[in-house]
Every structure is written in C-alpha cells, then in structure tokens.
Design a protein around this ligand. Structure first.
Ligand code: UDX
Length: 437
C-alpha cells in the first residue's frame, strides 16, 4: 500500500521504517529539515536500537523516502498522523497544535476513499473533531484512531510485533470499510497472530490514556510501598518479587526507584486529568494526582538520601551521577528524573558530574550548568559519592572492588535498586538503595 507518515519523531520515524519493512511504499514527512536530512541518509536523529540498520535496509529497497513537503502525501492511500502532543506550558493539558496543524495541512491532499489514521496520544474527543474536518474536505475519506503503545528502546520490535492492535472507528463496528484497509497495512503481524480489537473512536483514545495511567500507577504504587519499607525497615525489592508472583498483579513495572519520566507517562497522566476535568469527570482521576505526587517525591527523597550519604551536607561534595537518560537504551532526557536530581544536587551546593553512554549532548542542552564527562572511568575519579540513576547495563556490571580504587569515598546510592547490596557492602562500600534497608 502507499502510505504517508506525518511527523518523524520517535513514533513516526519508527512507524515509517517499519511500514516499509512490511512491504509498503512509504513517505515520511516532517517540518524539521534537519530530521529529514538525517533520516534520508539512514541516520536516526535519536538513539533507538536497531533503527539505523532498519532505515538502511528499507531505503535500499526504494520503498522509503523522507521529505519536508506535505504535498508528498498526495497519492497515498493511508495517512498516519504521528506528531507529538507535549504538555502545554504551565498547564496540565496536551498541546494539540501539532496534531491540528498536521491534519489541517493534510486536508488538500486527501483523495477519495483515503484513510487518515491518528496514532498520536490525544485527549478523548479529538478523533471525532478531526473526523469532521476530514469529512468536510473529502466526504468519501475516513478517519480512524489507532493508538501506538511502543516503548522507547524497543520501538522497532514493539511496532513490528505489538501486543495488540486497537482500531478506533466511528461507530466501533468491524464492518466499517476502513477496517479492511488497516488490516491490509498490518497483514504480516496480523497473520502472525497479533490480536486486534475494533472499538469506537473515544474508546480507542481512552485505551492509550488508560494504559499509560495504569503503568504509572503500578510504578507509583511500588514507590509508595518503598516509602513504607523505608519507614519500617523492610525491602521493597523482595516485596515486589513476592506480590509480582501473583498472576493477577504481575512483576513488570513494579521496580521501585527514582520514579518514571520520559516524554509519555508524566505528560499523559496530566493530560488525562485535565481532559477528565473538562468532561466533568475529574473526581474519577484524582488518584492520578497522587500517582504524580508520589513520583515527584522520589526525586526529593534521593536528594535527602544523598545528603545523608555525604555525612549531612552536600556543600562542595563531588557527586558523580551514573546515567541521565529517563531509562536505559534511550537518549531521551525529557522529564528525566536522573537529570532533575542532578540539577537539584548542584543547586544545593554539590559539585555534580554526570556521565551517560548516550545522552550527554541532549542533557547539556537542557542543563548547561552541570558538568558532563562521557568517560565513566574519568567521571568517577575522586568522587565523594556515586549515584546510579539510570540502569544502563554497563553500570549494573560495575565491579565494586575495582571502582573503590578510583573514588575518594566508597559511597553509592542505587537509585534503581539494581545492584547486589551484599556484594557492594562486602567490597567496603556504604550502599543505599531506595526502599531497602
Ligand atoms: C511508555 C509506555 O510503556 C508505552 O507503552 C507508551 O507507548 C509510551 O510510554 P516509555 O516512555 O518508552 O513508554 O517508557 P517505559 O518503559 O514505560 O518507562 C517509563 C518510565 O518508568 C522510565 O523512566 C522507567 O525508568 C520508569 N520505570 C519503569 C520505573 O521506574 N519502574 C518500573 O518498574 C518500570
């Protein structure tokens, strides 16, 4: 099929490449010329495992091209809207500028029988509003909502082999004429057994908001348990392992630590609360305010613990932060709890050096006042305390005996509870985890 993908960020660039991999003829469109130049030379403008290789592979087939010219969407059967919906400045709600601009910009190029498919995470009600615009421009066209659940760091496999497809169609009927077209787009994973659900437009929009809210709630639930563990001398890791063995609960997303960040969970739960408020259903989601508050409290807790670890004062303490990405295998620092903690420590008088295998240029643009050192061996030299804040494999694998020879004082705060406390203590370290004795 001929496909256009509008918006080539984490979602769109991966989607475009994966659709070409599935055999379709794809044009990726973005207003950012730099992004287009990078993607056209098969170099992803961000770090995502396997993406460069995939871009190279599909570009060689001639099935994938990128442009900043929206008129290139003309001639496609299906148009995917993959632009961002960031948090509005100073408000909880989602900024719909990009989704609206992409849809309105696309209208002149929508031809008879075309299908516009929204993938962006949007406030419930958006699809119905945009469907009217599409119908006004081309009465035989359709608008569907097909939310995306990909995780950064696993974006390619999550797109090619997702857990499920959710199609939101007006009326929610399997018989809707656009369902067959979308089935043709995803025929490879569907044939391989990926389940798909057809629902109505508002349900499809809500599925995404609900999924991310549930994940955020799971993490904050564990972090709340971590607070109780800290107060009672219990160990949240053992607690999570034990409750996670109950199938109904599940162990995934029960890792206590410095909390969730990134370009999705924090802004999505806030946008969801804002939208529920507009709909008069704000009471239903007041618990998400608590989820957000528990999450933000972790950052303050880490600063307090770091002060304790440094003997009561942060002033002049040389602290090395290991990891600044919001999670491993990503170069994304949007709302990264690690970076936010590094900045707070610096403000409170510590001399902070940040190291990370991937994000240093992104991080230094956001927090230019911090010191950055790409070489982790150099970064830890003469440190008074280490803070492991993003659990990259290379930090999980650190040898406490060897490392003890580089630092000024063997003190470590394990912000992700991934180190073997017994081993580090045996090597002479003062070890602190979160929610662990
Ligand atoms: C998330 C959703 O998982 C994905 O389905 C959706 O499409 C987009 O938002 P992503 O933002 O890539 O994906 O990150 P995710 O893997 O969900 O992690 C989010 C944050 O939670 C990270 O900061 C991570 O470190 C943290 N986290 C995750 C925890 O603190 N504990 C956990 O147990 C799991």
């Amino acid at each position: 099929m001929r496909i256009s993908v509008i918006g080539c960020g984490y979602l769109g660039a991966v989607h475009a490449a994966c659709m070409a991999k599935l055999g379709h003829e794809v044009v990726g469109i973005d207003v950012d010329e730099q992004k287009i130049a990078a993607l056209s030379s098969a170099a992803a403008p961000f770090y995502e495992p396997d993406l460069d290789e995939l871009l190279r592979e599909v570009q060689e087939t001639g099935r994938l091209r990128f442009t900043s010219d929206l008129s290139a969407a003309a001639g496609s059967d299906i148009h995917f809207i993959c632009v961002g919906t960031p948090q509005k400045k100073g408000e909880n709600g989602a900024d719909m500028t990009y989704v609206d601009a992409a849809t309105i910009g696309l209208l002149p190029y929508i031809a008879s029988g075309n299908v516009v498919v929204g993938k962006s995470t949007v406030p419930v009600g958006t699809a119905a509003r945009l469907a009217n615009l599409v119908l006004d421009a081309e009465p035989s066209a359709h608008l569907l909502w097909n939310p995306e659940f990909l995780r950064e760091g696993h974006a390619v496999s999550d797109t090619l082999q997702p857990d499920r497809f959710v199609y939101g169609v007006p009326g929610g009927s399997e018989e809707h004429p656009a369902v067959g077209l979308l089935d043709a787009v995803y025929s490879t994973p569907l044939t391989a057994g990926t389940p798909r659900l057809v629902v109505d437009l508002p349900t499809a929009e809500l599925v995404k908001a609900a999924a991310n809210s549930f994940l955020a709630t799971k993490i904050s639930f564990t972090n709340a348990m971590a607070e109780v563990c800290e107060a009672s001398g219990a160990d949240v890791s053992g607690l999570a392992d034990a409750i996670g063995m109950d199938d109904r609960i599940g162990r995934k997303f029960l890792n206590a630590g410095i909390g969730f960040g990134g370009g999705c969970l924090p802004k999505d739960i806030r946008a969801f609360m804002a939208r529920a408020g507009e709909l008069g259903a704000d009471q239903a989601l007041t618990f998400l305010r608590e989820v957000d508050a528990i999450n933000m409290r972790r950052r303050t807790r880490v600063v307090e613990l770091s002060r304790e670890l440094c003997g009561g004062s942060l002033l002049g303490m040389r602290i090395t932060v290991l990891g600044a990405a919001f999670k491993p295998e990503s170069d994304d620092v949007r709302d990264s709890p690690a970076l936010s903690i590094a900045a707070q420590l610096q403000l409170q008088g510590a001399v902070v050096t940040v190291t990370d295998p991937k994000v240093l240029s992104n991080a230094s643009r956001r927090f230019p006042e911090l010191q950055y050192e790409p070489n982790s061996e150099k970064a830890v030299q003469k440190a008074d305390a280490l803070l492991l804040l993003t659990e990259w494999q290379e930090y999980r694998d650190l040898d406490p005996y060897e490392l003890a020879r580089s630092v000024a004082s063997p003190r470590i705060l394990d912000g992700r509870n991934v180190l073997d406390a017994g081993k580090w203590r045996a090597a002479g370290w003062t070890y602190r985890g979160l929610g662990r004795p």
